[in-house]
Design a protein around this ligand. Structure first.
Ligand SMILES: [Zn+2]
Length: 103
């Protein structure tokens, strides 16, 4: 598990499809859950790139989850989004467009 983009020394893969084949020597990772912020959004919330926070997700009903170790990523091409993998999202019963909270 790593931050997205940190692929040095990771596993490689071969993708085969109807148009051919692509081989990569490295790049297969499980991305660590993270929050994206634009610089102005981060400034408004007093949060900085690289901080690690908790995020509460889910609408209640006994399935809300607090995600630990959520990395903050700030950049001019980002806007406020919470990225988790499908298994994590299913655990909390969340889907694209749902609102989460920094806990
Ligand atoms: Zn992301």
């Amino acid at each position: 598990m790593r931050e997205s983009g940190d692929v040095k020394g990771s596993a490689g893969a071969t993708l085969i499809g109807p148009m051919g084949q692509v081989d990569i020597k490295e790049g297969v990772i499980v991305a660590q859950r993270h929050l994206h912020f634009s610089p102005s959004e981060a400034q408004a919330l007093g949060i900085a790139s690289g901080e690690v926070v908790r995020v509460r997700a889910g609408s209640g009903g006994g399935r809300s989850v607090v995600f630990e170790d959520v990395v903050v990523r700030v950049g001019p091409k980002y806007s406020l989004e919470f990225h988790v993998d499908t298994d994590e999202a299913n655990t909390a019963g969340i889907k694209t467009g749902d609102v989460v909270h920094i806990a």
